[in-house]
Ligand binder design. Structure first.
Ligand SMILES: [Zn+2]
Ligand SMILES: [Zn+2]
Ligand SMILES: [Zn+2]
Length: 260
């Protein structure tokens, strides 16, 4: 049965590539006591249907994120792109191989698959036991919409500086991290959303990420009922930034859970 929208989305991490706090920074956000100002590297888990968990990206913080959220099950992985902050926790997938006694299906654009194979040559070229010594992965290239866990997954090409990477639409939910432009053809895939997650790095412009102002403009254009911003740097304090955002928009934070 196809469900109209996922049942739940959980934010494993909402920070930019350095994480917040940043190593060696004493700024107000890095030293904040508000737990929503602590941001691990960006990732979500989409429960596409009851009990079916799709992990989006495998960050360097995956182990601590999974322990924090007591994430005992991952049925499939979607990769947005192969930047280090999105893939460097791939080795942790061994635990899910063991818990589920199965190889892990992972879906990505063929460019991302090539980069993962290169960055993790020890996984693909090793004679170590699969699922114990190295993760047991099945990589599938994304060539268009496909069905996963009772949902249609729509890949959404987005601009990330000089790169084109993938966001994903699942039902009336969409996740667009690492983004500073959305082509018209992709905007056409984003009508009628209940919930949008969009990159908003900081206030100052950046060559590969939306600034907060740019993200608000884009969020208005897409017009989802609710928008949450992610991939957030230490420039943006959670409480003061949220107080200034338009209705229906907020910064996401680690551990935020959205019931759909
Ligand atoms: Zn700082
Ligand atoms: Zn990136
Ligand atoms: Zn990133």
């Amino acid at each position: 049965m196809l469900h109209s929208t996922p049942v739940r989305v959980r934010f494993l991490g909402t920070g930019t590539s350095h994480g917040v706090p940043m190593i060696g920074c004493d700024c107000a956000v890095c030293t904040s006591t508000d737990p929503r100002d602590t941001r691990s590297r960006p990732s979500i888990v989409i429960e596409t249907s009851p009990g079916f968990h799709v992990l989006v990206d495998t960050t360097p913080d995956l182990r601590s994120q999974a322990l924090r959220e007591d994430l005992r099950r991952v049925d499939a992985i979607l990769f947005t792109h192969a930047h280090a902050d999105h893939v460097m926790g791939l080795d942790e997938i061994r635990r899910y191989n063991h818990l589920l006694k199965a190889p892990m299906p992972a879906f990505a654009h063929e460019t991302t698959i090539r980069e993962i194979r290169r960055a993790f040559a020890y996984i693909f070229e090793s004679d170590a036991p699969k699922g114990g010594g190295v993760p047991d992965l099945r990589l599938f290239p994304i060539v268009g919409p496909f069905c996963l866990g009772g949902q249609d997954v729509q890949p959404v090409p987005i601009r990330h500086g000089p790169w084109q990477i993938l966001g994903f639409r699942v039902g009336r939910f969409a996740y667009l991290t690492d983004c500073n432009g959305i082509p018209d053809a992709s905007l056409a895939m984003l009508h009628g959303l209940d919930c949008l997650v969009l990159d908003a790095l900081r206030r100052r412009p950046h060559p590969t990420h939306f600034s907060l102002d740019e993200a608000v403009v884009m969020a208005r254009r897409i017009g989802a009922a609710r928008t949450f911003f992610t991939h957030i740097a230490h420039d943006l304090g959670h409480a003061e930034t949220c107080a200034q955002l338009p209705n229906g928009m907020a910064l996401a934070y680690d551990g935020l859970s959205l019931e759909m």
